[in-house]
Design a protein around this ligand. Structure first.
Ligand code: HEC
Ligand code: HEC
Ligand code: HEC
Ligand code: HEC
Ligand code: HEC
Length: 158
């Protein structure tokens, strides 16, 4: 083989390997969802997730502040339910794959039945709507993006 073909051969080989690797190990697209549709009584919100995480240059942890040592962020609603009611009390115990998650709210890894003093103080844990509005708006206020009285339909579908 003539020397001048070596670079092109090398490039072809690299692409071939990349193609096979891409076929065998497809990127886990769901790890950074393109869009997240958030249905709610104010009108559905289509959140441009990938644009926020990629083009606007934020880190995952800027929004996913769970700090629970899981590889994949969990839904905000796992910790910010519509209400801290009976449904939450039962279902949230299955939302996490690590004990570390429990310690985000409980003083110790909980064992049912909980003593009264082991029940988390929910005063400082915003409910679902406040968690979303709070995070979306406070960042938009400082960095740009829709917020404030007249901004509703820049996020919500009519
Ligand atoms: C600007 C804020 C923001 C950034 C930055 C961000 N996310 Fe998200 N992400 C969200 C919101 C809001 C949701 C919707 C959660 C919900 O529906 O409860 C979400 C949902 C997700 C979900 C789906 C969770 C589920 O089970 O419903 C995954 C996975 C995810 N993000 C991963 C990532 C990764 C990985 C990064 C970093 C590359 C990242 N996110 C960066 C705000 C963000
Ligand atoms: C593993 C549980 C957990 C998950 C998941 C979680 N949070 Fe939180 N969040 C909390 C707790 C607990 C607090 C109370 C204050 C604190 O301890 O940080 C809180 C506080 C907040 C606050 C008010 C304080 C602050 O930091 O501004 C906002 C807003 C918020 N969360 C939004 C979100 C959004 C949006 C998501 C999803 C992208 C999310 N949270 C995911 C547990 C969680
Ligand atoms: C976002 C905060 C949060 C996280 C994270 C969390 N919990 Fe809880 N947990 C609560 C709240 C709030 C209650 C209800 C307290 C009350 O009844 O006053 C509760 C109650 C409980 C109860 C009592 C249920 C009942 O019927 O009274 C158990 C058991 C429990 N949690 C286990 C867990 C386990 C296990 C984990 C981790 C896998 C976990 N929790 C993670 C907030 C949380
Ligand atoms: C950490 C910061 C941050 C958070 C959190 C955040 N945004 Fe944004 N958002 C931005 C920035 C920056 C822009 C771009 C502003 C510009 O270029 O004018 C933007 C733009 C937007 C826009 C207009 C352009 C587009 O991409 O669609 C919408 C709609 C939007 N955000 C929705 C949301 C929603 C819904 C949430 C909460 C679930 C959210 N954002 C949370 C930073 C943030
Ligand atoms: C930056 C985007 C954004 C803007 C701007 C915005 N919202 Fe929202 N809103 C959301 C998201 C995301 C949710 C989803 C929270 C949830 O699932 O409960 C939501 C939820 C709601 C809900 C349902 C709450 C519940 O308890 O079910 C109402 C009502 C609402 N918004 C009204 C408004 C009004 C009124 C305005 C204008 C003053 C507004 N929103 C502006 C993103 C936005």
């Amino acid at each position: 083989m003539k020397n001048r073909y070596i670079p092109i051969t090398a490039i072809v080989v690299v692409f071939a390997i990349a193609a096979v690797a891409g076929f065998l190990f497809p990127p886990a697209v769901q790890d950074n969802p393109a869009r997240v549709v958030i249905d709610n009584s104010g009108g559905r919100v289509v959140f441009t997730h990938f644009v926020h995480a990629d083009e606007y240059g934020y880190d995952c942890a800027d929004c996913h502040h769970d700090e629970i040592g899981q590889d994949r962020p969990v839904a905000c609603g796992s910790c910010h339910p519509a209400a801290f009611d009976e449904k939450f009390r039962v279902e949230h115990q299955q939302s996490f794959s690590s004990d570390e998650a429990c310690l985000r709210c409980h003083a110790d890894v909980p064992v049912a039945p909980l003593a009264d003093e082991d029940r988390p103080d929910t005063e400082n844990i915003p409910l679902r709507a406040d968690a979303f509005h709070g995070q979306c708006m406070s960042c938009h206020e400082s960095d740009g993006g829709p917020y404030g009285e007249d901004s509703c339909y820049e996020c919500h579908a009519r």
